[in-house]
Design a protein around this ligand. Sequence first.
Ligand SMILES: Nc1ncnc2c1ncn2[C@@H]1O[C@H](COP(=O)(O)OP(=O)(O)OP(=O)(O)O)[C@@H](O)[C@H]1O
Length: 342
Amino acid sequence: MEFDYEKLVSATDGFSPSRLIGKGSHGYVYEGLLHEEHNRVVAIKTPSLSLSRSSQPSSPLITKTEQMKKLEDEIKIMSSLPYNPHVLTFLGHAEKRLMVVEYMPNGSLHQLLHVSSSATPPRPTWLKRIEIALKIARAVHFLHEQGILHRDIKSDNILFDSSWEPKLADFGLAVDLVAEKKAPTAPAGTIGYLDPSYTSPEKLSAKTDVYSYGVVLLEIVSCRKAIDVSRSPASIVDWAVPLIEEGKIGEICGGGGGGGSGVFVETNLRLLRMAARCVSSDVESRPSSGEIAAEMVACLTEPVRRSLPLWISFFRGVVKLKRRKKRLRERMTWPGQTCRVR
Ligand SMILES: Nc1ncnc2c1ncn2[C@@H]1O[C@H](COP(=O)(O)OP(=O)(O)OP(=O)(O)O)[C@@H](O)[C@H]1O
């Protein structure tokens, strides 16, 4: 959908600092109120240098033309995508200089896992965290099916909507594989999540995203940051992979929420083995995003399957007790007399 530029300016009160939600490396994100749509709240992304307002300091590292081009590319990729419940919804643009997307009021997965303050909700339970991992795996698989590589999968780019549904956001580095073959771009990503084997344009593949997803999965299971300089080793991959290989799963599963419980031992083992495959230095041995999504579903149903025998024996016990009571009632009752057996 094409928006009127001036209407978007008015939706953000002229890009008022009070409407600024956040700053990225090549743009700013504002909260906007679409007055014609009953003040619907949206997020509006602008290149940081396109507006000559003193409240927007310029970045010396990237020129205005580069920023405009990046936003234009992001609009092109996002507008080409069909709707997916696990991907941030694109709503439209104004002259390819402003991008309008759905507003995500509940912050990022990074904040949820690593920032504890009175303003942030408690860390989600283990099951909820694995559900988030599954939804993001589905988002990545969906993108790959569309021929799109995200190149910046990280917990900062997983945002929560008003119902706390996680969605993959920030397509600032995303590329279309067909276009990429014709005009390759330099490797890009975020340190800590960036695939170490992606050293030149031709090394880019869906497995590059799989590596970054593996880092996010380790982050979700352990609640440790991708890079934590206060620990040794600082990299989550260098810390977790040897522990997984040694089978020391309990040392990785952190963050409470029931993840350390015995019911989940088998599931954690499977999840972490898959995470280790995702971040493997042998690119070929990494799973595809489809394989990851399928394995995540299996992992989520595993605890239910394991606890099923317990439920079955509980119900058998109840049935036996009822039968015993019935027999007792029959024995203690004769014509014309009632007897209560509790
Ligand atoms: N749709 C949205 N709703 C609410 N907040 C958003 C939305 N999109 C982005 N933000 C917030 O705005 C900030 C800037 O986001 P943006 O996607 O531009 O860049 P980034 O991910 O921070 O940085 P970079 O582009 O350098 O990776 C982030 O803090 C992000 O959480």
